[in-house]
Ligand binder design. Structure first.
Ligand code: C2E
Ligand code: CA
Ligand code: CA
Length: 761
């Protein structure tokens, strides 16, 4: 091209010279015209050969001669464009126009030595082409004012594209070199090739096993990419599924009709794609890593350029993909333990450090469980390392099953594991997980056809209580582990020994209580309630007792809370209801009827939808008269959902008596009681205790009694221990009293005796 441009320049100089020579005499006008015609003919020929367009602008008349090549370069026939300056003005890109005019003016005025500009011009088929425009002054007036400007147009669109492509290519290589994320590079590669071929859309898929995974496809609809993600490849799965399967290029001219697309064309057609060419992306050793796909919205096979680009795109992508996959493998190796697939020690330390940071910021606690298998060395020595490995894999799975998603579990080395437990509710959360670990690990396992029962020891440390940095925390957990081993293995220990004792006790209570409830080893005592006017026993409250051969007598407050925690409160209550109601019926049969049997119902159980059917069943099974049964619930049920309203109503319609227990200690008010159907308020012992020393307590009790009466409730005072309390309550108008003054809670036989003798009031 450069050689041609030189010859053009020479020709132009020749014309210039000719024109200068011819310009002087009129006589020579004829000759001049012929010469000019001739030279223009030669010039135009040369131009056509040189693939350049020619223009010749008469500045005075604004007539412009455009050569046929000039016009065809823009897609026009000879007769389609007028020979005037408007033609150029209409076709030049509006953003380039002023610059071009300015450059021409500068050159004509002598402010610039030459005229050479790059402009965009509009092609007839509506695309822009890049044009290099050069020009020379070829005629001047006697006063040296230029009158004609002759120039060439060269279509440099391809050259521009190549430059842009090379530029993009360099950018991509730079991205690879500095290690940008693979997905970013995939997108850049796609956009680069799409730039070169208007209408083209590219995609890169990675092959994982036999599944196609999304790599990059910035111009394809995300719905389509999602649909392809995870697709199994095969001998006839679209273009990319097939090319990754066969390892060979697959060119599909028409997605609609090609049998390879039969099963998945419904994914592509709605988005406009009509052809798809796919090149497998291969590693340096020839393994298929994925596929590069090119799509157009019309059926087509690639031309030579497109085919070249398809294979070069796949090659370029392979560099990125191979490196990315290698890095991922290395990372996975470093972060996970190859044998058990749990996190590695390195990963664990990173996680622990991050946990310390966030926990210190948000003032959270977390627990670290250090787990070590008991007697693992023996397995390795006696059954061999393969058996040892099998056991470790098995243990890893079991430990994992005890953890929640938010917990972090790692294998630190050999037979050592670690679990980081976040979001603790109390000290027992860690103990619970530890206990679950002990239980699951100690399930028998078959190793080399022999049954083996593994065991482990666990040390527990808390952040920040036992250490507030990585080293001190691990040391604390390790110390605790040592204590657990020393205590006889197959157990856990906290760093703080008192926590171990508390947790052990709690678990024992849970375990024994479960057995006690299942085997009905609890007992009931009854405490009389005395009518303050008559001295008669008008009812008893049934209270549970648990005497355990090892634990001794466990206070009801403790075992009731435990039963709620371990989900045993329902069977417990059921047993109490059934036993107490049977007792009431028995007393009646024996001839000393107790008018009312009061039974405590835990709030959580009371608001359960099964409570009403349960009470119905108890009434039927025991034969107790419903009006003789009273249920005591605390104020907390008054606070909760209005749905409880219907429970109160349903129980009332059975004829049951309802009492609010511990009244005055919760947050309910008379107002909130108003809409509940309640018969009785039991004023808490707390008020009775203070009543004689504290004016306010006395005032409060007085108002509670008065107010309660006005609302139609009967009032029971709890914990009455002295006769002063008794008289004061009587004077305040209290109906009933319950307390040690009359009787502690006693066995059923004792009640039978008490009931015969009224209290002397
Ligand atoms: P509560 O329902 O308020 O029962 C009254 C408690 O006060 C009983 O304690 C009783 O022994 C004690 N008491 C009665 N009079 C006096 C007194 O004059 N002086 C003193 N110092 N104490 C007195 P107990 O039996 O230890 O029961 C404690 C709590 O355990 C009960 O409080 C009740 O909330 C719960 N509870 C006991 N048995 C059951 C049961 O079968 N089911 C449910 N859900 N809770 C029960
Ligand atoms: Ca009670
Ligand atoms: Ca009470």
């Amino acid at each position: 091209m450069e050689g041609l441009s030189n010859s053009t320049t020479l020709l132009l100089e020749e014309i210039q010279q000719l024109r200068a020579e011819l310009s002087t005499t009129q006589l020579e006008a004829q000759k001049r015209a012929t010469e000019l015609d001739k030279s223009e003919e030669r010039l135009s020929l040369a131009m056509r050969w040189a693939n350049d367009g020619l223009w010749d602008w008469n500045i005075e008349t604004n007539e412009v001669y455009y050569s046929p090549r000039w016009k065809s370069m823009l897609g026009y026939e000879e007769n389609e464009l007028d020979n005037n300056i408007n033609t150029w003005e209409n076709l030049v890109h509006p953003d380039d126009k002023n610059m071009a005019i300015q450059a021409a003016q500068d050159y004509l005025a002598g402010r610039a030595d030459s005229f050479e500009i790059e402009i965009r011009m509009s092609h007839k088929d509506n695309r822009d082409i890049f044009v290099l425009s050069q020009a020379f002054i070829v005629g001047r007036e006697p006063d040296n004012k230029p009158v004609r400007l002759v120039g060439t147009h060269i279509d440099i669109t391809e050259r521009k594209k190549t430059a842009a492509f090379n530029n993009n290519n360099a950018k991509i290589l730079e991205m690879i070199a500095i290690g940008n994320p693979a997905s970013d590079i995939y997108n850049a590669i796609a956009l680069m090739y799409e730039d070169r071929h208007p209408g083209l859309r590219c995609s890169m898929l990675e092959l994982h096993g036999s599944k196609l995974m999304h790599g990059g496809a910035p111009s394809l609809p995300s719905e389509y990419c999602k649909a392809l993600h995870g697709l199994e490849n095969g001998p006839s799965v679209g273009s990319c599924g097939t090319s990754t399967f066969s390892g060979k290029r697959v060119l599909v001219e028409n997605i609609e009709t090609d049998p390879k697309w039969g099963n998945i064309k419904h994914l592509a057609l709605p988005h406009g794609m009509r052809c798809c060419w796919s090149e497998p992306i291969k590693s340096s050793s020839g393994d298929v890593l994925g596929a590069f796909g090119m799509y157009y919205n019309h059926p087509a096979l690639p031309n030579e350029d497109e085919l070249n680009d398809l294979s070069s795109a796949a090659r370029l992508t392979s560099i990125v993909m191979e490196r990315d996959q290698a890095q991922k493998r290395i990372r996975a190796l470093a972060y996970s333990d190859e044998l058990t697939k749990l996190s590695s020690r390195a990963h664990f330390y990173l996680h622990l450090e991050a946990a310390i940071k966030t926990s210190s910021r948000y003032k959270h606690r977390f627990a670290l469980l250090y787990i070590d298998l008991d007697g693992f060395k023996g397995i390795n020595d006696s059954l061999g390392h393969d058996a040892g490995d099998l056991l470790l894999i098995n243990i890893a799975k079991r430990l994992q099953s005890t953890c929640r998603d938010i917990d972090f579990i790692a294998r630190l080395s050999g037979d050592e594991f670690c679990i980081l437990i976040s979001e603790l509710s109390d000290n027992y959360t860690a103990a619970n997980v530890a206990q679950r670990c002990l239980n699951t690990v100690s399930q028998p396992v078959e190793l080399s056809t022999r049954k083996h029962t593994p065991a482990c020891s666990i040390g527990i440390a808390h952040y920040p209580d036992d250490g507030n940095d990585l080293a001190s925390l691990i040391k604390a957990a390790d110390t605790a582990l040592y204590a657990a081993k020393k205590n006889g293995k197959n157990q856990y220990a906290f760093y703080k020994p008192e926590l171990t004792r508390q947790a052990e006790h709690r678990f024992l209570v849970e375990q024994y209580l479960r057995e006690a409830i299942e085997n009905q080893q609890l007992s009931l005592v009854y405490q009389p309630q005395i009518n303050l006017k008559t001295g008669k026993i008008i009812g008893v409250e049934a209270l549970s007792r648990w005497d355990h051969p090892i634990l001794g007598g466990v206070p009801p407050v403790e075992f009731i809370a435990t039963a709620e925690r371990i989900g045993m409160i329902k069977p417990l209550t059921e047993w109490v209801l059934s036993t107490a109601c049977q007792q009431a019926v028995a007393w009646k049969k024996e001839g000393f009827p107790v008018p009312r049997m009061a039974i405590n119902i835990s709030s959580s159980h009371f608001i359960d939808k099964e409570i009403v059917p349960l009470i119905k069943r108890i009434i039927n099974e025991t034969g107790i008269t419903p009006t003789e049964l009273e249920l005591e619930v605390t104020e907390s049920v008054v606070q909760t959902d209005p749905r409880n309203l219907s429970i109160f109503q349903n129980l009332k319609s059975l004829g049951i008596q309802l009492a609010i227990d511990d009244f005055g200690t919760g947050y309910s008010s008379f107002a909130s009681l108003k809409h509940l159907k309640v018969d009785c308020l039991k004023i808490d012992k707390y008020f009775v205790d203070d009543m004689l020393d504290d004016e306010k307590a006395l005032l409060l009790i007085g108002s509670m009694i008065e107010m309660g009466h006005q609302l139609g409730y009967s009032i029971v005072a709890e914990g009455v221990e002295t006769s002063e309390q008794f008289y004061t309550l009587k004077n305040l108008g209290c109906d009933t009293a319950q307390g040690y003054l009359f009787s502690k809670p006693v066995k059923a036989q004792a009640i039978a005796k008490l009931i015969k003798n009224d209290y002397n009031i």
